[in-house]
Write a protein that binds this ligand. Structure first.
Ligand SMILES: Cc1cc2nc3c(=O)[nH]c(=O)nc-3n(C[C@H](O)[C@H](O)[C@H](O)COP(=O)(O)OP(=O)(O)OC[C@H]3O[C@@H](n4cnc5c(N)ncnc54)[C@H](O)[C@@H]3O)c2cc1C
Length: 368
């Protein structure tokens, strides 16, 4: 990893921070399905059904999705070698359900997706889309995670330019980015080395910083593409809300079940390790001239639909209520980092719960 600082290139374009928090679709509130200790990726047999669990990926579900889907496929492949099942029920139409269903189709199984939300209504659809291992716990699963990270990154990277909404972009930050450092630590060489800069290449920035190269996965392109491909391959999407584990186990005809219900697993599978972490995002109009991610004390991800400014981290809140005032503050804060607005104190920017320590890679609290 090079440590010597290099001079930044000429300034990159400054974002336009004009924002109307009351306009439609400018504020988004989602809830990260964080699981204490570790995400869940394992199988159990219950009431004659074989259930594979794939949930609890916190702030990194988009990032890890293809890698986890490959693991689900491995587990199911071993199972059907002895059980000869031909049908599988996937619970959940978020990124975990859609990627798992895609891989399970490759086994020649008849796949049906059951979900009480359509893909565009899920938490996955609301995500910012940076490829980084953030706000997810993996105690005792380092080896497994290395494989997941490698598969996920490689699959996303290979899909660039193929209509999945994936691109490779520079990511600038004032200090090191834990979610990318973790990847470099676990799988050295997967991401390009970070570069230390004498200053970040933006108007109003005079202090040193870092440039990473990572992927941007745009959920409003990625999820509909997966949904279209699955439907074209004959996968049925069935609207359905399950109330209890018994409901799942007794009402489905399929003997193979893959549980990708995210935060829903807290109630459905009585999983008390699941902790909601609410996040709010502000959506500025798209600005195609911005071809970089900016992440520090909040982040900015210019996508083709919007410039996404985030995010808050409210542990133990599962509210999806929109809060335009918070979104307005997020934008003002980001604008202030670019010298475009007065600094602002934000009350909602960090995990304020005393259990911070149990989060792996917690986002840094904002100090303004
Ligand atoms: C503000 C914010 C920003 C984020 N940014 C990023 C990012 O930049 N990068 C990244 O990698 N990740 C990010 N994430 C995290 C990412 O969104 C999640 O990790 C991911 O969406 C989890 O996917 P999932 O499929 O497990 O859950 P979900 O998308 O929530 O899908 C769960 C599915 O299960 C269904 N379901 C649940 N319970 C039931 C039930 N009882 N009956 C029937 N169906 C049920 C739901 O309807 C839904 O279809 C962000 C999250 C938030 C909130």
């Amino acid at each position: 990893m090079p440590s010597e600082r290099v001079d930044a290139d000429a300034n990159l374009p400054t974002p336009n921070f004009t924002f109307d928090p009351d306009a439609p679709c400018t504020c988004v509130t989602g809830v990260r399905p964080f699981r204490e200790g570790s995400y869940r990726l394992d199988a159990e047999t219950a009431s004659g059904k074989f259930v594979v669990h794939n949930y609890g990926h916190g702030g990194a579900g988009i990032t890890l999705s293809w890698g986890c889907a490959a693991k689900v496929k491995e587990i199911v492949q071993k199972r059907i070698a002895v059980s000869h099942d031909t049908e599988v029920a996937v619970l959940g139409a978020g990124v975990m359900g859609l990627t798992a269903a895609t891989r399970l189709r490759e086994l020649g199984l008849k796949v049906t997706i059951y979900s009480d939300r359509r893909p565009v209504q899920t938490t996955s659809f609301k995500a910012g889309g940076q490829w980084a291992v953030s706000v997810v716990a993996f105690e005792g699963k380092e080896e497994e995670l290395k494989g997941i990270i490698k598969t996920a990154y490689t699959t996303f990277k290979n899909s660039i330019g193929k209509g999945f909404g994936v691109s490779e972009v520079p990511n600038f930050s004032k200090s090191v980015t834990p979610g990318l450092e973790k990847v470099m630590d676990l799988v050295p060489g997967l991401l390009p080395d970070r570069v230390s800069l004498n200053r970040l290449p933006f108007e109003g920035h005079t202090k040193p910083g870092f440039q990473y190269q990572t992927l941007l996965v745009e959920p409003p392109i990625f999820l509909p593409r997966l949904e279209r491909d699955l439907k074209a391959a004959g996968v049925m999407f069935v609207p359905r809300k399950f109330l209890t584990k018994a409901d799942v186990l007794t009402s489905l005809a399929e003997k193979l079940i893959v549980n990708c219900t995210g935060l829903g697993a807290k109630r459905l599978w009585s999983d008390d390790k699941m902790v909601p972490i609410q996040g709010q995002l502000a959506m500025l109009p798209a600005q195609p001239a911005l071809k970089y991610l900016y992440g520090q004390d909040g982040y900015m991800f210019p996508r083709s639909d919007h410039v996404v400014i985030g995010a808050t981290f409210e542990e133990c809140s599962d509210s999806e209520t929109l809060e335009p005032d918070v979104c307005k503050s997020l934008v003002q804060h980001m604008a202030s980092l670019f010298g475009q607005a007065a600094p602002i104190t934000l009350p909602h920017f960090h995990i304020h719960h005393p259990s911070n320590a149990r989060l792996v890679n917690p986002p840094l609290p904002i100090t303004v």
